[in-house]
Design a protein around this ligand. Structure first.
Ligand code: DAH
Length: 344
């Protein structure tokens, strides 16, 4: 009975001192387990004189029930603590600033093409695209460019070998072949712009690349005049380079237009006093243009006595470079993230 009293006196402190569920388990085994004082006394009940048995038995049971209650209460407390600790460790700090996700953006070539297209679409033009591998007929013959023209030499044009083809196959050197394709597929009037990739047998230097982009334009209708050409392209220049942009048309030669011209815009960087962007004169050449040669109408079976038209073609890289002051065309192809971010 003394041992029982000692147990009863010491147990609450031991149970309360268990700092974890594991520690509590060990204390429990000690206090009420198989080799505990309680278990031993129960086992010894049979050896007691019959009149002492109920007294001792009740006393042991009372202490055992008391200990079980204390242990269960302590277990609840420890379980609650463990759960709280878990919730605390898992907690999300909603006050932390979010991580910035770098957004993608259209490439400068793409956004330049889109911007030019928007200007012409607002004038009623359609957009068409054509094949990059082209026949000699569409790239040259239909465009009034004879077989002995220097542009057809292998030094200028990249040819593609196809076993059985009777017509020569090449990587288109300009978007102009789409003039012929489009007119063959559509009756006049025609108002269309054609963006696309073109190829030349050029080596890379600051202003040339064997692959680059052009935008072709074609307007065919009754009574189209050179005045329409100038008005349309001057409007384009003001929309694209700014409302104060002036334009100049200097005579030039292209096989598929007659007369032909090169259009210059007043330098948006120096307004004519001379700078790095325009190279001094205050004017930047941005496109070739002219009135569609009747031979081109003949080739696509349009009646040159019924319709007239103008055409133009511009280099996208050239326009993007001069507008943004880029000094090497490679910046438009290398995809250096610093360049992409600057223009994205
Ligand atoms: N195709 C010409 C070139 O690549 C550009 C050009 C000039 C296109 C005059 C035209 C044009 O449609 O009328 O240099």
């Amino acid at each position: 009975m003394d041992a029982l009293e000692t147990l009863q006196a010491e147990a609450p402190a031991r149970i309360g001192g268990a700092g974890s569920l594991d520690e509590l388990k060990a204390v429990e085994a000690d206090l009420v387990g198989r080799s505990s004082v309680v278990a031993e006394m129960r086992r010894g009940l049979g050896a007691l004189p019959p009149d002492e048995r109920p007294v001792v038995g009740q006393a042991v049971n009372k202490v055992a029930t008391e200990l079980a209650g204390l242990i269960a209460a302590r277990r609840s407390v420890l379980e609650l603590e463990a759960e709280n600790r878990l919730l605390l460790e898992d907690a999300v700090d909603v006050t932390l600033p979010g991580r910035r996700i770098a957004g993608g953006a259209p490439h400068l070539i793409t956004s330049t093409i889109d911007e030019i297209i928007d200007i012409f679409v607002s004038l009623g033009y359609r957009v068409a695209e054509g094949p990059e591998v082209e026949t000699g007929w569409y790239n040259f013959d239909a465009l009034n460019t004879p077989p002995d023209h220097p542009a057809r030499a292998e030094s200028d044009t990249l040819y593609v070998e196809f076993g059985d083809e009777s017509d020569e196959m090449l990587l288109r050197t300009q978007t102009s072949p789409m003039q012929a394709r489009y007119m063959q597929q559509h009756e006049p009037p025609v108002y269309v712009v054609v963006p696309g990739r073109v190829y030349r047998s050029d080596t890379l230097d600051p202003t040339h690349s064997p692959v680059f982009h052009q935008m072709e334009g074609l307007a065919v209708d009754e009574d189209i005049t050179f005045g329409d050409l100038k008005g349309t392209l001057s409007h384009f220049a003001k929309e694209f380079f700014g409302p104060d942009t002036e334009t100049r048309f200097l005579p030039h030669f292209f096989p598929f237009t007659e007369p032909s011209a090169e259009m210059y815009v007043s330098c948006f960087a120096c307004d004519g006093s001379g700078c790095r962007v325009c190279g001094g004169p205050g004017w930047i050449e941005i496109l070739g243009c002219g009135m569609v040669d009747p031979n081109v109408f003949d080739a696509v079976e349009y009646d040159p006595s019924a319709v007239t038209g103008f055409a133009f073609g511009m280099g996208i890289e050239r326009i993007a470079m001069s507008r943004h002051g880029l000094t090497h065309i490679k910046h438009l192809f290398e995809n250096d993230v610093r360049v992409l971010e600057q223009f994205g």
